[in-house]
Each structure stands twice: as C-alpha cells, then as structure tokens.
Design a protein around this ligand. Structure first.
Ligand code: MG
Length: 359
C-alpha cells in the first residue's frame, strides 16, 4: 500500500469500563442499566453507561438528569476512580508481557505495537491478540474489544466494529472495502464540529472525503490536509508511543494563504476545540488553562493564555475562550499565517486517586 515496513498493531478497549467494574463488584447491578456519573443535583454528567443503559440512548458526557429521564430504571453510581485505576493496572500488567511498545490512550484503552514480538516469537499478531483478550478476561473478569491491523487508525476502527467483546482483524483489503462507506467522523482528528462543516459541503463518508478537491481540502484543513488525505486511504504512519506524561493537548494549522476573516479564524478554532475536547475526554482529563497561539504574516508569534473558572472538556467552552483570547492577542484584522489552540494544567482521574492515598 505504501513504502513503509509492515507493522502489527493491536488496539484494546475495555467495554463500558467504569460501568462494567461496578457490575463486576456488585452482582445486583448485572444485567441492569447502570450509569456511572455525577449527580443531577450538581449538574453532573454521565461518565460511562452500561450497554443496558445505552439501549435507551444514554451516552457518555450527557447530563445525568437527561440520562435518567431517558432511562428512569437506571441505577446511578458515583465513580470510584481508585478502583478503576487498580483494575487498569492489572490490565497493564497483562499487556506488559507482550511488548514494551504500549501507548495508553486512557484508563481503559491502549495501543500495542507487537511487530517485534511477531518477529521474535514467530507467533501471529492475531494469536497474540487473542491470548491478550483471553488473559484480560481471566485476570480482571471484564471483557475488552480488540482490533488487529497494520496501523493505529485501522486497529482502532477494528476494535470498534463489534463492540462489546469484539475481536476483529482488519487487513488493508478488508479496510479498503469498509472505509469508503464509513462516516468521516471515524477518522482520527475529525470531531463533531468538523464533521458538521464537512456535511455542509456534502462530505459525509470517507469516500466523499477522498473525492474532495485537493485545493479545497488544503483550504479547510491547512497543513493537516495531507495527513487527512492519507488517513482517508487507510494509511497511518503514527508510531505507537509509550506514554510520556501528557502535559498539554493542542492542534494548530498553517494556512496556505494569510487569513484576516474572523469567521474563518473562529471556525478553525472551533474545529480545534472539537478535536482537543475529544482527546480530553479520551484521557478523561479536564483542562484548566486554554492557550491560543498565532503567527502573523510577518512571522511575529503571539500566545495568550487564560485559566478557566471551571476545568472543562467541553468544546463550546474551549471555543468561546479561544475566540476571546484571539481578540485580545490580535485586535483588528492583521493577516494571520498560523493559528493554534492548546489546553494544559489538567485535572486527571489519577489525581483523585493520588489525593486519596493515606500517606
Ligand atoms: Mg472503553
């Protein structure tokens, strides 16, 4: 498909993790709709819904009040992060037996690069992935969905295909049959807002995206257009990166032309807010600080930061803060070459855990 050496990537994603742990620990909750989340009285949101609750339309990040209105029989459980961290570590110890190249995406999800493991043991990636899935089930009592593919994009799509308790091997030929019909939202980096703006110009599927004019793609996505065009063809060179601690999450683009139009800048910031919020939710982080970075046509660089009154993972809050930071950084209508949005100063699920340690 392209010139790079063939890799074997596994994506493992625990099924409805927080809710499944609650059902594991409390047999009375098994087979019942369970919502793990904040109380509606404190305007809490759903952290995870069990599959029984999802059937009623309950989704992560939905206000708990709305979730309970959709599914009045659901049992609401307050998150026990310490317990989830403990089980997550147990999963991690299983994964550690197969490779050093593990990239945790969040408390319940990880990529593994087993290319070297395949070469040294002579076992197939599929056999290794099956064994991992079975051992995770045996050692935690919980199911995971597993995808095996030549890259991260396809491995993640594969693990999503037959959730819960899925096991899908996706090679290039199978991916080629599936990709064109999939919604663009499935591509890495495309969130709800970007999807909406693509839909407005008639781009709904990955196939539609592939057929988009190159110039238009570059105008909409700036320097990210090339990567997106590759992803749409199922090509993804991103390595599996063992986690250094994530200190900030950001997105930026360089425009092909200098941009003065505030609406276009605000919509670029909206797209970044979207992408950043999605990645925050994947990590289960809340961000306290928003930073906007701008490079003007004369190559002057400016950054402006703001600490939010409440930590957040919501795209609208991030976009609002970003637009007002942009107005402060660049009043008037200077031509802008590059614009970026980043968040930092995270509140992490583990923080709660650390805070609860008795020493
Ligand atoms: Mg999961």
């Amino acid at each position: 498909m392209d010139g790079q050496a063939r890799r074997s990537i596994i994506h493992l994603d625990m099924d409805a993790f927080f809710a499944s742990v609650e059902q594991l620990d409390n047999p009375a909750l098994r087979g019942r709709p369970v919502i793990v989340g904040g109380s509606p009285r404190s305007r809490g949101v759903v952290s995870t819904a069990s599959y029984e609750a999802r059937r009623f339309g309950v989704r992560s990040a939905m206000p708990t009040g709305r979730a309970l209105a959709l599914c009045p029989t659901a049992v609401l459980v307050t998150p026990r992060i310490q317990r989830y961290v403990e089980i997550s570590r147990r999963v991690r110890r299983v994964l550690d037996d197969y490779t050093d190249l593990i990239e945790p995406v969040s408390i319940d999800e990880a990529f593994l690069d087993v290319t070297a493991t395949v070469a040294t043991t002579g076992r197939s990636a599929t056999a290794i992935a099956r064994e991992i899935k079975e051992r995770v089930a045996r050692e935690t009592g919980l199911t995971a969905s597993v995808g095996v593919a030549p890259n991260k994009l396809l491995a993640k799509l594969a693990s999503d295909l037959k959730k819960p308790n899925g096991f899908v091997v996706l090679d290039e030929a199978a991916a080629e049959r599936l990709l064109p019909e999939m919604p663009v939202r499935q591509l890495w980096g495309i969130g709800a807002k970007t999807e909406m703006s693509l839909n407005r110009i008639g781009v709904f599927t990955i196939g539609d995206l592939r057929r988009m004019d190159e110039g238009l793609l570059a105008r909409l996505f700036g320097s990210r257009a090339e990567e997106l065009a590759l992803l749409a063809r199922g090509i993804d060179h991103r390595p599996v990166e063992p986690r250094q601690e994530v200190k900030s999450i950001g997105a930026e683009t360089t425009f092909a032309d200098d941009v003065r139009d505030r609406e276009r800048l605000a919509s670029a910031l909206g797209g970044f807010a979207d992408e950043v919020a999605e990645r925050l939710r994947e990590h289960r982080f809340l961000a306290r600080t928003v930073t906007v970075k701008v490079r003007l046509a004369d190559f002057t660089s400016l950054t402006r930061s703001q600490t939010l009154p409440q930590p957040t993972d919501e795209e609208d809050v991030l976009q609002g803060a970003a637009v007002s930071l942009l107005d402060r950084a660049v009043p008037g209508s200077h031509p802008i070459r590059l614009i970026g949005l980043a968040v930092s100063n995270f509140l992490r699920p583990g923080d709660l855990y650390q805070a609860n340690l008795p020493f």
